[in-house]
Ligand binder design. Structure first.
Ligand code: PGA
Length: 249
């Protein structure tokens, strides 16, 4: 079995400041987190400061194109050149607000890997989809878009984040059992194509994770850490969440 490592990622969304980069990086750098891979995803203009602080850094989105007349878009190669190593693709806010389809998300995933960035593929069902019993179908289609375009081997250098849309920013976390069920479904689905890859794959949970619920969530067999939104803007909470990931994988 390939070794996985616990990971905690912080998605700042359109929040944060140079002062917050300093506060968060101090909290991370002053604690002992060598067993946990920590990555922060600030807005684009804060990426250089975050990298300079010594914290692993990623971008919140990336263009699927390489260059050209795409005003406001950012190419993966430039993100890599700055020194960032990760990028979120398919976050639910990008899917719903910016209408990114599964195909567009797969194209962004491909472009990120081509430029040497590790994509974190975000997947998850809406409340209605869950109520209609479509959770597995929705999550499978989101992952299949990448597998169909690039082959299952492309998942080797990636991370998957399961984030039920109804739990993001709502304070309604999936229970550890609900989250574990979907994480196991994801790992089993990939294992049916490529067993070793599935065992080595990092699968994060996201959606209203905080320092009170992180320990139980991270203790689940197929949950390898978290993708944290709101609580990643508070140094103490984020450090406590990172601490709770120790020894869980
Ligand atoms: P939340 O956001 O922790 O604020 O629910 C998670 C995310 O959107 O990645």
């Amino acid at each position: 079995m390939a070794a996985r490592k616990a990971m905690v990622a912080g998605n700042w969304k359109m929040n944060g400041s140079l002062e917050l980069v300093e506060k968060l990086s101090d909290a991370i750098n002053n604690a002992e987190f060598s067993e946990v891979k920590i990555v922060l995803f600030p807005p684009f203009p804060l990426i250089p400061a975050m990298i300079a602080s010594g914290v692993n850094t990623g971008a919140q989105t990336v263009s699927e194109h390489t260059s050209g007349a795409f005003t406001g878009e950012v190419d993966a190669e430039l993100i890599k050149q700055l020194g960032a190593n990760y990028v979120l693709v398919g976050h639910s806010e990008r899917r719903s607000v910016y209408k990114e389809s599964n195909d567009v998300v797969a194209a962004k995933f491909a472009r990120a890997q081509q430029a040497g960035l590790t994509p974190i593929l975000c997947v998850g069902e809406s409340e209605t989809e869950r109520e209609n019993g479509q959770t597995e179908q929705v999550v499978a289609a989101q992952i299949d878009a990448v597998i169909n375009k690039l082959g299952v081997a492309a998942l080797e250098d990636s991370v998957i984040a399961y984030e039920p849309v109804w739990a993001i920013g709502t304070g309604k976390t999936a229970s550890p059992e609900q989250a574990q069920t979907v994480h196991k479904f994801i790992r089993d689905k990939i294992a049916s194509l490529e067993g070793n890859l599935a065992q080595g794959l990092t699968i994060l949970y996201g959606g209203s994770v905080n320092e009170k619920n992180s320990e139980l969530l991270f203790a689940q067999t197929d949950i390898d850490g978290g993708l944290i939104g709101g609580a990643s803007l508070k140094a103490e909470s984020f450090a406590a969440i990172c601490n709770s990931a120790k020894g869980t994988v």
